[in-house]
Design a protein around this ligand. Structure first.
Ligand SMILES: Cc1cc2nc3c(=O)[nH]c(=O)nc-3n(C[C@H](O)[C@H](O)[C@H](O)COP(=O)(O)OP(=O)(O)OC[C@H]3O[C@@H](n4cnc5c(N)ncnc54)[C@H](O)[C@@H]3O)c2cc1C
Length: 384
C-alpha cells in the first residue's frame, strides 16, 4: 500500500480545502455525532448537493462526483477539519449503495437523484422493541394485498424520523422457515396515513430518536427492494457500509485538534506531563486507526468489499470517540458542567464536552453494538 498522496491528490485537497474555507457556514458548528438543528443541517447538505459533492462516495451515473476512494477520504478529512458535520448517513451511505446494488431501474431513477441533491431525507427502520442485536426477530408485519403491502408494527430508536421524508424498513413477509428468510426490505413514504412518530429524548438533552408506530400502512408493492424474502441479505450489505462510516476518523482528528488547542490555552494543563501523556496516547491510537481505515480504503479501491474489517473499524473508532470526549470533559473540569453556567472564558471545546460525552455513550450501541461486532470478528476473521 502506497501511503503518499499523488500530486493530483494534493491538488484535489487544496481545491476542497479552499471550497470548505469559503462555504462552511459558521452556524453549522462542529459535529457531536448526530446533527441536531434541522434547517442549518439541511441548508448545508443542499449546498453540498448543488456543488455535486453531497453524495461524495457515489459514481457519476447516480449523481455523485465519481471520486476515487482516496479522493473521498481527502474530502471527508477536509470537511471534518473545516468543522462541518458529517451529512445524514441514511440516504447517502446506507440506502444509496443498497439501491445501486439491489434496486430496480425505476427505484434508482426515483430515489437516488433527490438524495444526491439533498432534497429528500431518509431514516432507518430496523430496530424494534424486541429486535436489536437479534434483528432477525423483528415482528413488523407486511401482508401483500393486491398491489399493496399492509404494514403493522413498531420501530424504535429511529434517528431523525421526525425530519425524514421516507423510511427504509425491514418487515416480516413470512413466518415460514428460518426467521431470516421471511424478511423483506420496503421503502415507505413517511406521509402515508397510519404512521405515528413519538419522540425519545436522550441523555444529551436532545431529540434525535423516535418510536415509529405503523398501523395498516398501505405501501405500494413496487416499493419492495429486491425479492420478497431477500431483506436479510440486503440488511447485512447495508450494515457493512454503515459500520465503515461510523469509525469517524476525520471527526476524531478534528476533536483532537480542538482538545490540543484548549489544553495549550490553559496555563496549568499545558504544563502537566500527565495531560501531555494522555493526549499523546490518544493521538497514537488515532493514527493507528487511520492506517487501518486506509488499509480498508485500499481494499475498496481495488474493488473488494469492506468486509469484516468494518466491524474492527467500528469498535476502535467508537472507543476512540468516547475516549476523546471523556478527556475533553475531564480536563474541562467545572467548565464542562453546563448547568454551572461556566464563565465566558471557558474554551468552547470544554463548554460543550459533557453533552458530547453523553451523546457518544451511544456510539458503541448504534450500528450494532461493539459486543456484536466482536462476535462478527470472531466468526469471520478467527473462524471461531
Ligand atoms: C443513538 C442511537 C441511534 C440509533 N439509531 C437507530 C436508527 O436510526 N435505526 C434503527 O433501526 N436503530 C437505531 N438504533 C438502535 C441500535 O441499532 C440498537 O440499539 C442496537 O442494535 C442494540 O440493540 P438493543 O438496543 O435492542 O440492545 P440489545 O440487543 O438488547 O443488547 C443489550 C446488551 O446485550 C448485549 N448483547 C446482546 N446480544 C449479545 C450477544 N449475542 N453477544 C454478546 N452481547 C450481546 C449488547 O451488546 C448490549 O450490550 C439506535 C440506537 C442508538 C443508541
Amino acid at each position: 500500500m502506497n501511503l503518499d498522496f499523488s500530486p493530483e491528490d494534493q491538488a484535489f485537497r487544496a481545491e476542497v480545502r479552499a471550497w470548505m474555507r469559503d462555504n462552511v457556514p459558521q452556524q453549522v458548528g462542529p459535529a457531536i455525532g448526530i446533527p441536531s438543528h434541522k434547517e442549518t443541517q439541511f441548508a448545508w447538505e443542499r449546498k453540498l448537493g448543488a456543488k455535486g459533492w453531497l453524495a461524495y462516495t457515489w459514481p457519476k451515473e447516480y449523481g455523485g462526483p465519481g471520486w476515487t476512494a482516496t479522493q473521498q477520504y481527502i474530502f471527508d478529512t477536509e470537511r471534518a477539519l473545516a468543522g462541518a458535520p458529517p451529512c445524514g448517513p441514511f440516504g447517502l451511505s446506507m440506502l444509496g449503495p443498497v439501491l445501486m446494488r439491489y434496486g430496480n431501474e425505476a427505484q434508482k431513477q426515483r430515489y437516488l437523484p433527490p438524495i444526491a441533491r439533498g432534497e429528500e431525507f431518509w431514516c432507518q427502520g430496523y430496530s424494534e422493541p424486541g429486535a436489536g442485536s437479534d434483528l432477525a426477530s423483528l415482528k413488523t408485519r407486511a401482508i401483500r394485498e393486491g398491489d399493496h403491502y399492509i404494514v403493522n408494527g413498531q420501530k424504535i430508536w429511529t434517528t431523525q424520523a421526525h425530519w425524514a421524508d421516507f423510511i427504509f424498513c425491514l418487515v416480516r413477509t413470512s413466518n415460514d422457515g428460518p426467521k431470516q428468510k421471511g424478511i423483506s426490505f420496503l421503502l415507505i413514504d413517511m406521509a402515508t396515513p397510519g404512521i405515528e412518530i413519538r419522540p425519545i429524548t436522550t441523555i444529551d438533552g436532545h431529540h434525535h430518536l423516535n418510536e415509529v408506530f405503523l398501523t395498516d400502512v398501505r405501501v405500494p408493492a413496487e416499493n419492495l427492494v429486491g425479492e420478497e424474502g431477500q431483506g436479510w441479505t440486503i440488511a447485512k450489505y447495508l450494515l457493512t457500509h454503515e459500520r465503515t462510516s461510523i469509525a469517524g476518523v476525520a471527526d476524531s482528528y478534528y476533536q483532537m485538534g480542538r482538545l490540543h488547542e484548549a489544553v495549550a490555552d490553559d496555563p496549568v494543563l499545558s504544563q502537566d506531563p500527565v495531560v501531555t501523556r494522555r493526549l499523546a496516547t490518544l493521538e497514537v491510537d488515532l493514527m493507528a486507526l487511520e492506517y487501518t481505515n486506509l488499509r480498508t480504503l485500499d481494499r475498496v479501491a481495488k474493488g473488494q468489499p469492506p468486509g469484516s474489517e468494518s466491524s474492527g473499524l467500528k469498535i476502535k473508532g467508537t472507543e476512540l470517540q468516547q475516549a476523546i470526549s471523556e478527556a475533553q470533559m475531564e480536563l474541562g473540569g467545572l467548565g464542562a458542567l453546563p448547568w454551572l453556567s461556566p464563565a465566558e472564558d471557558v474554551h468552547p471545546v470544554f463548554a460543550g464536552a459533557t453533552q458530547r460525552y453523553n451523546f457518544l455513550r451511544a456510539s458503541s450501541i448504534y450500528g450494532g453494538t461493539n459486543e456484536i461486532q466482536k462476535n462478527v470478528l470472531a466468526k469471520l476473521l478467527l473462524q471461531l
